[in-house]
Write a protein that binds this ligand. Structure first.
Ligand code: ADP
Ligand code: MG
Length: 245
């Protein structure tokens, strides 16, 4: 493919002491793709996402965003980070700010939008995740599913090139997972480029373009979701999933 990938991850490695958590991980992400990362706990999935947006500095390897290397880019990393929306397991909302304030705060402080413009954009993003009617609620007054949707709206407000989700539904009760997953499915359908670390196999396979199975710091299997049931390249994935035929 001659098109430049939105994200290129090249030979990323990271160790903590004697433990090598990432072992030369490489992959490309093209516009509109949704890559789902699965695998046992402790295999480096969170570390991978953190190395991509440089919350963690990799020992070696490179990350390119739209063809520009962002690894070891010094102060400019803040600029690049705005283009990578991050959604965490535990929402990371400001408890003392309402939903709409949570979404608009970076627009005011980082993007330097004026108040009216920031409010309009924040409301647009809350509408997009189905929460315009909760704009004035504080995080404590929201369900976990709603709080996670606010954090998705907050990331979307920065108009990111790619969204990184680290187990976005793991902290939620089963009935609340669904509303978050539906928002993510809609984003994928709208053409958002996404990397999702998840245990929601069934859901991930229903809308991801690729499945990447990680074990001990490596991507050991990868391919299209449709190939999981039968392809030899998904043997370990099938064993991990257990119930898959
Ligand atoms: P996963 O998200 O797949 O569960 P992580 O990337 O969180 O895995 O962690 C991979 C391994 O790296 C684990 O053994 C974890 O304990 C270790 N690890 C992660 N972050 C740190 C850190 N800041 N310091 C030391 N060890 C860490
Ligand atoms: Mg993790």
């Amino acid at each position: 493919m001659s098109e430049t990938p939105i994200l290129r991850v090249e030979n990323l490695s990271k160790s903590y002491g004697d433990l090598q958590v990432l072992k030369s991980v490489s992959f490309d992400v093209y516009k509109g793709e949704t890559k789902a990362f699965i695998g046992p706990s402790g295999t480096g999935k969170s570390t991978l996402l953190r190395c991509i947006n440089q919350l963690t500095v990799p020992d070696s390897g490179s990350v390119y965003l739209n063809g520009e290397e962002i690894t070891h880019s010094g102060a400019k990393i803040n600029e690049y980070r705005q283009k990578m929306g991050m959604v965490f397991q535990n929402f990371n909302l400001f408890d003392h700010l309402t939903a709409v304030r949570n979404v608009e705060i970076a627009l005011l402080k980082v993007k330097k939008m004026d108040k009216a413009e920031a409010r309009k954009k924040a409301m647009f993003e809350l509408e997009r995740v189905g929460l315009a009617d909760r704009a004035d609620y504080y995080p404590a007054q929201l369900s976990g599913g709603q709080a996670q949707r606010v954090s998705i709206a907050r990331a979307l407000a920065m108009d990111p090139d790619v969204m990184l989700f680290d187990e976005p539904t793991s902290a939620l009760d089963p009935e609340l997972k669904r509303e978050v997953l539906e928002v993510m499915r809609k984003l994928a359908a709208d053409g958002m480029t996404m990397l999702i670390v998840t245990h929601e196999m069934h859901f991930a396979t229903s809308f991801a373009t690729d499945i990447l199975f990680m074990e001990n710091g490596e991507i050991v299997e990868r391919g299209r979701p449709a190939d999981i049931p039968t392809s030899p390249s998904f043997e370990r994935t099938r064993a991990f999933m257990g119930t898959y035929q």
